[in-house]
Design a binder for this molecule. Sequence first.
Ligand SMILES: Cc1ncc(COP(=O)(O)O)c(C=O)c1O
Length: 435
Amino acid sequence: MSDSLEPLIWPRNVTREADGALRVNGVAVGALAAEFGTPVFVLDEDDFRARCREFRAAFDGMDVYYAGKAFLSMAIVRMIVEEGLRLDVCTGGELATALLAGMPAEDIGFHGNNKSVAELQAALDAGVGRIIVDSHDEIARLTRLASAAGLRPKVLVRVTVGIEAHTHEYIATAHEDQKFGFSLAGGDAMRAIAGILSDGALDLVGLHSHIGSQIFEPGGFEVAAKRLVSMCARVRSEQGTVLSELNLGGGFGIAYVASDDPAPTDQLACGMRKIVEQECELAGLPLPRIAVEPGRAIVGPAMFTLYEVGTVKDVGIRTYVSVDGGMSDNIRPALYGAAYTAVLAGRTSTAPGAPTRVVGRHCESGDIVVRDIELPSDTAIGDLLAVPATGAYCRSMASNYNHQPRPPVIAVRDGAARLLVRRETFEDLLRLDED
Ligand SMILES: Cc1ncc(COP(=O)(O)O)c(C=O)c1O
């Protein structure tokens, strides 16, 4: 069967060499497995950095915040600083990681629908550049803390623009019936804005919208942009204030399987810019500073997971190939029904394809890595299997279910691999247990 690598799905510097093995920036996967064990997340560092630069170029003149929730580590923070990106964090833990790794606080945007007093205090202490407020309770909490500290932090109001994004329910965030933001249609967004402006304790610089994740078409972003600009026009006419920033969030889709066909980044960027320019001109508003927050589209395609096959079971209608990880390192198939693909990574095979389900080693029958795939019928114990596009929301959502230590993350560049996050040990797992 064919062992070719679908170009959009794999990191750009992954190749299949004459010996049949995959190589990343010149390093064979067998060598990576021998040095770091499996499962292991493998980042093509050149690809990751290239994607950072491509976002900067496509959104030239705008602010690009890498969404740390997709995958964050100290090394990743340093890379995005080097590549000129800002950072979106959504918890005190992400904030602490960013600050420890040297991210300038001014370049951080802080999200979250339930930021605690301690988290908001930490953001104020550090001088975080933008706090995106998400509820009336948070506005009151932040107002109290900022006033006590004699500070006037810059804030954006997160607006629920009322778009049904064509994506999974759990990753759609701009329809009315969900937990994020202030409703535009219901008037809550205007009430929040008016309250902040009349109180004056917080420096309201703009509006924010994030319509969801894994979005392929420009339409939703453009409608969101249009609605935010018309909101800005209302704020000017009703409150006499001109807001200077629009953050259009993240959500740029990527290809996980061959049939996925996301719009190219520069097309999305161009569409967003055009709509904001047109609408501002129509409303007679000065052009605001525009920001976006891509996570998945930067780190997702730049990483793959390398597993080793442990058992192969033929149940008649298909073969179950079990790998040494599963839902603890990739919860997305179980959580959203997300589709992935896989290939034999250490060799090629001329054997015919057989209907296969790649499963993990956990005590759940929903512990599926790839639901339906043809893999060579001679796939055997000890084979290396690579699953592409696992950079986003896999290691960051990893768990210790069944007391499985979480896999390491390595970066490969210029023929050399280095650890970004080491493998958890049993000692790590037991660290929190009291005797
Ligand atoms: C506010 C916000 N910004 C950005 C992102 C990043 O989304 P993505 O990784 O799909 O680009 C998310 C994801 O949930 C988000 O909630």
